[in-house]
Design a protein around this ligand. Structure first.
Ligand code: DX5
Ligand code: ZN
Length: 219
């Protein structure tokens, strides 16, 4: 069953809970939380305080995407704030094995991702340590960018590798996904869809329901 993970990066932070209330009653399970440090990516978003403030009122699986340098420094803090999964960038970690192990040790799910220009094959040697591989289909840092068609090759590569080796790893796609093009990535066998501006920039409830309708075609 494909799952949707709406990215709150495109929500209205002046009244974040109002937007989150719009997601209720849709059968949604995941929430995508983008953390940016202005160093790993040229944008700054938010961190612990926002996450812990929305934790109690929103009973979702907090899917946390860290676009920060050396995330190993903050694993415990994100866990404490309420993250249920932490996805880190391949390029951001000097000790990637140690970082993935620290997430596991914190008792939460482990995700790994890379920038679109990184050779996806370089990540395969870490597949013994992860629960999720995230394919970035835009340059990390901003919502509302155009989907990079060439990243479909990466999704296909990971799908084939996971199936061939019988691994229990989910594939997530993040960036430029809309109800218009989501079928193109679902056809490649991805398990989780991140979408920001196409949800929080529109009628939130209507868009989530629309995505769920499309996912039913893949059951
Ligand atoms: C980009 C973030 C995405 C972003 C997606 O760096 O990782 O999660 O919010 O936004 P859209 O769906 O608008 O491309
Ligand atoms: Zn993201």
């Amino acid at each position: 069953m494909v799952k949707l993970s709406p990215s709150i990066l495109s929500a209205n932070f002046a009244n974040l809970q109002k937007d989150l209330d719009e997601t209720k009653g849709t059968g949604l399970e995941l929430l995508h939380i983008d953390v940016m440090d202005g160093i790993f990516v040229p944008n700054i978003s938010f961190a612990f305080k926002v996450i812990s403030d929305i934790r109690d009122k929103n009973d979702y699986f907090f899917d946390t995407h860290l676009m920060i340098e050396e995330p190993i420094r903050y694993i415990e803090d994100f866990k404490k704030a309420g993250s249920d999964r932490i996805t880190v960038h391949y390029e951001a970690c000097k000790d990637l094995r140690g970082t993935l192990a620290a997430i596991k040790k914190a008792g939460i799910e482990v995700g790994l991702t890379s920038k679109p220009e990184t050779d996806p094959k370089e990540l395969l040697e870490y597949f013994d340590q992860i629960d999720l591989i995230l394919v970035m289909s835009v340059r990390p840092g901003f919502g509302g960018q155009k989907f990079k068609e060439e990243t479909k090759e990466t999704m296909a590569l990971y799908r084939e590798y996971i199936d061939k080796n019988n691994l229990d790893i989910k594939i997530q796609v993040d960036g430029g996904i809309k109800t218009d093009n989501v079928r193109e990535v679902l056809d490649l066998g991805v398990d989780e869809i991140v979408s920001g501006s196409d949800i929080f920039g529109k009628d939130i409830k209507e868009q989530i329901n629309l995505y769920h309708e499309i996912f039913k075609e893949y059951e």
